[in-house]
Design a protein around this ligand. Structure first.
Ligand code: GCO
Ligand code: MN
Ligand code: MN
Length: 387
């Protein structure tokens, strides 16, 4: 297999990802970046399906209405010429100093109102370019100093804004769903809704929870020391996996946005397997960037690498599903018991009584070896290419 991406693989990149200019808190940019139409063309040639953007990746925050229209026209033409789509759009609510202490959760009512105005305009822009998913990454929604920034009030303001924007979307007749993107920290010391679980809990408190799901990111759960695979599984279980950000990250480090699969291959394999086996049909979005060391060629090598690794892992996941030894180990791992499952599946007073009356061999249960060492080594063999 050549691992050459095709449109139907649904690989997408943010304009901010391949457009990243290699700036970090300690160093100036190391690259010039590219124009949006050029990135569209180049990504299409590499086999990507689409691009996503923040309002200001495409239209500078200082642009006039006529400048905006010119930029959008050229961008849409590039999409058309290159058979590319925009499945997702989002708002930059973090770069401008106005948002330094939060956007939707700012203690300054004027900032919250401005954040709503900016987001409504950005939603219009996203929809105009074809977006059907709208992401909210609350990068500045959080605090360094909890003495002044009441997290309870923060949650209430966040909820107010998301409720407002859900109504805005319906009022415009847009077909758009929202995806909240959790992250534990960076740029704030503590960001609100730090994990997939937190976001799911928050969604349940919204006026129209059906319209809002999550956009989990590999690096973000990993930064928190959590399992990304488990986070994604919980989102799928809740029917809330509306989008996904794939990248990589060394645990306990600053936000690295590494090439997908470059660091944690086992969790990357199980992420791909989960997406493929569960029938997730959304875009496979890479929210990462080339290392700061790289030039333009390195940027495209990075983009190719993300897609190539996904396809290799997809093949490995298929191999996992077909491998008779792995499947035998899995079958041996799972123990079924029709009688007991009949009792425990759902509550009835008869089932409760039957369970209470049943005599369990507790010692034997504790003695059984589930064969996980064997199973896991088969996975390691698979990943290392010796199966
Ligand atoms: C980050 C985030 C962002 C968001 C983007 C889209 O760590 O900076 O992952 O890249 O995904 O703002 O909402
Ligand atoms: Mn991120
Ligand atoms: Mn992201």
């Amino acid at each position: 297999m050549s691992y050459t991406p095709k449109k139907e693989d649904k690989f997408t990149f943010g304009l901010w990802t391949v457009g990243n200019i290699g700036r970090d808190p300690f160093g100036e940019p190391t690259r010039k970046g590219f124009s949006a139409p050029y990135m569209v063309e180049k990504l299409s040639q590499l086999g990507a399906y689409g691009v996503n953007f923040h309002d200001n990746d495409l239209v500078p925050i200082t642009a006039s209405a006529s400048e905006r229209d010119k930029i959008v026209k050229e961008f849409k033409q590039a999409l058309k010429d290159n058979g590319m789509v925009v499945p997702m759009a989002t708002t930059n609510l973090f770069t401008d100093p106005a948002f330094k202490d939060g956007a939707f959760t700012s203690a300054d009512a004027r900032v919250r109102a401005y954040a709503l105005q900016k987001t409504m305009n950005a939603i219009d822009l996203g929809v105009e370019c074809g977006a059907t998913t709208y992401v909210f990454w609350g990068g500045r929604e959080g605090s360094e100093v909890d003495a002044t920034n009441n997290p309870l009030e923060g949650m209430a303001w966040f909820r107010e804004c998301i409720n407002f924007l859900c109504e805005y979307v319906k009022d415009q007749g847009y077909t758009l769903k929202f995806a909240l993107e959790p992250k534990p920290n960076e740029p704030r010391a503590d960001i609100y809704l730090p994990t997939v679980g937190s976001a799911l809990g928050f969604i349940a408190t919204l006026d129209d929870p059906g319209m809002v799901g999550v956009n989990p990111e590999f690096a973000h759960e990993t930064m928190a020391g959590l399992s990304f695979v488990h986070g994604v599984a919980q989102a799928i279980d809740a029917g809330k996996l509306f989008h996904i950000d794939l990248n990589d990250q060394k645990m306990g480090r600053f936000d690295q946005d590494l090439r997908f699969g470059s660091e944690n291959q086992k969790p990357a394999l199980f992420t791909v397997k989960l997406l493929e086996d569960s029938g997730y049909s959304g875009p496979r979005h890479f929210d990462a960037h080339a290392l700061r060391t790289e030039d333009a060629e390195g940027v495209w090598a990075f983009a190719k690498g993300c897609m190539r690794t996904y396809l290799i892992l997809k093949e490995k996941a298929e191999q996992f599903n077909k491998d008779s030894e792995i499947q035998a180990a899995l079958a041996a791992y799972k123990v079924s018991d029709a009688t007991l499952e009949g009792y425990s599946k759902s509550y009835s007073s008869a089932n409760a009584k039957a369970l209470k009356d049943h005599s369990f061999d507790r010692v034997a249960l504790g003695e059984r070896g589930p064969g996980l060492e064997h199973l896991d080594q088969l996975v390691v063999d698979l990943l290392l290419g010796v199966r």
